[in-house]
Every structure is written in C-alpha cells, then in structure tokens.
Design a protein around this ligand. Structure first.
Ligand SMILES: [Zn+2]
Length: 307
C-alpha cells in the first residue's frame, strides 16, 4: 500500500458536475419530446446517453480507490462502532446540553471564513487526522458546489456527497455549523460512506485541529444533535427548546435558522424521500436516520469523549 495517494473523479474537475449534466439532458429530452420537438428530443437523448456513459466510466476509478483506500477500523481504534454503541441517558444528555451551552457562550468567535478557503483548511485537517491513524495520506479535492440537482431530490439536507463520483454540494449558509458540515461531506469523499462515521470523523478531526472556530463548529453540531435527541427529533419542540435555552444571540440565530419550519416543497418531498433514505441506510449496515444525532452522541459517550 503506497504511503500517499490522490483520489478524485473527473466530474469534480469540470465546471458543471457530470451528474447534473446527465439529469439536465434527461429532463430536456423528456420536455422536448412532450412538446413535440422530435429533433431536439433525439439530440438531447443522444447527449444524455453519452454523458451517462462518461459519468459512470470516469467515476469507476474514484469509486474503487475511495472504497479500497486504507480505512479506520472504528471498533479497533475507538472501541465503538455503529452496532456497538452504549446508550447515553437522558439525564446525561441534559447535563451535556448545559455544559456545551456555557462553553459555547464563553468562547464564542464569529465564523467568517469564505467557503472555498474553509473547505481547503478543513480538508487538510481531516487528511492530517486520518493519516495520523492509518499512516497513509489520502488526498482529495476540496472543491465544493453551491448548487446541484441533488438539492431538488433532498431539500431536507444541508449538504450532500454523491457516492458515485464524490461530488459535494452545500446548499445553505450555515454560519457556525459550516466547518462541521463541510468536513462531514469531505469524510464521505474520502470513502467513509456511513453517516455515523462521517459525523464522528468530522467532530474528532475538528477538535484535533485546535482551531477555535473549527472546534466551536464541532461542539455546535454536538449541541444541536443533543437538542434533537432530547426533543425526539421533533423540529418544532427543538425550536422551542432552543428559544428557551440560554444561548447567546449570535449562536441562537444560527441554530434557529437550521430548525426553521420547512416549506411546502420540502415537506412533500421529505415525506416521500426520508423513509427511502432511512431504508437505504439500514440496507447498508447503518441504524437509519438516528445515526446522525442519537448514534453520533452515543458514539462520543461510548468512547468517553467529554465536553
Ligand atoms: Zn452524510
């Protein structure tokens, strides 16, 4: 196994992601067919087939390399993994919420990195952290897309990483949460496809960075997830809980923005997509959507990671 490798798909190097080009030509082909523009429909259908072939064939090397690069064995390294988590009690969770709130209030710093610069910095932190454990330096691109067709399919997500080609999309301005969300998606690009693994690696790499803005982001994610768990993942209760929490105004604003009542499109698509998404997680050896919050906080609890 080489001590250093670079994994990146062709799509990540292009101005528009290949998946988006495939979807756009498919939609164009269907639309023009429906409108009776047979010639345009034929050309766009041909372009669609060509782009699909390019997308799939060019993604294969990235897909193989990212899945076969030397990976952390969570059970061996941390003594905890998706199926061996200890349940943190409700009392311990409330205690952690209190401690995190106090800590974040006392140590607050504005998060004003520009997204491109931020992605570069946190990617380096993640790569340093992974290398410190595996002994192999796996480098990938830090390119982040701000828009993609994936957003229409997953309006409930803050960001996404396309598993086939590793394209990363960040959809919203997330303020203090941004370093954590970007690192989570970069962990996927590094081949850690499971949500609990991406959550844990992002948290640990950012805490390991000793950069106070990155550490703050990791702890904001931990607090937000604890708030979700003690409110049984009910967004309205979580919002009310956060409004009554003694968080300083700058932080509370960012927390509440992510807990806003979803719009009609998001509610309709979520109703259809979330069960499918949860099922996909279970079929790939995960516990389902609860891995993001309950699983992640149980993981930190199991490995004895204190606030
Ligand atoms: Zn994820």
């Amino acid at each position: 196994m080489p001590k250093k490798m670079h994994i990146e798909s062709l799509s990540t190097k292009l101005p528009i992601p290949l998946f988006d080009s495939v979807m756009a030509t498919a939609l164009l082909s269907m639309g023009t067919e429906y409108a009776g523009l047979t010639n345009v429909a034929q050309y766009s259908s041909l372009a669609n087939t060509f782009l699909l072939a390019v997308w799939l064939s060019s993604s294969i090397p990235y897909f193989i390399e990212s899945n076969f690069a030397k990976r952390i064995n969570f059970q061996k390294q941390f003594g905890a993994d998706i199926k061996t988590l200890q349940q943190q009690s409700l009392g311990e969770r409330f205690e952690e919420i209190e401690k995190l709130t106090e800590k974040l209030n006392d140590e607050y710093l504005p998060q004003d990195y520009e997204r491109k610069e931020l992605a570069k910095l946190v990617n380096k932190e993640l790569e340093d952290y992974l290398e410190s454990i595996t002994g192999v330096r796996v480098e990938t691109s830090d390119r982040i897309r701000n828009f993609g067709i994936v957003k229409m399919l997953m309006p409930f997500a803050l960001g996404a990483c396309q598993p086939i080609d590793g394209e990363i999309y960040i959809f919203k301005d997330m303020g203090v949460f941004e370093p954590h969300v970007i690192t989570h998606e970069l962990a996927h690009r590094h081949g850690y496809g499971k949500e609990l693994h991406a959550q844990a690696l992002a948290y640990l790499a950012l805490m390991n960075s000793k950069n106070p803005v990155f550490m703050q982001s990791a702890n904001c994610e931990r607090l937000k997830r604890q708030i979700g768990v003690v409110n049984y993942e009910d967004r309205r209760s979580a919002r009310e809980f956060t409004e009554n929490l003694d968080l300083r105004a700058e932080l509370r604003g960012d927390f509440l923005r992510l807990m806003k009542r979803p719009g009609i499109y998001e509610r309709v698509v979520s109703l259809a997509m979330l069960p499918v998404y949860s099922l996909r997680m279970k079929l790939t050896g995960q516990n389902g959507l609860k891995d993001y919050g309950e699983g992640f906080t149980n993981f930190l609890h199991t490995i004895g990671n204190k606030v």
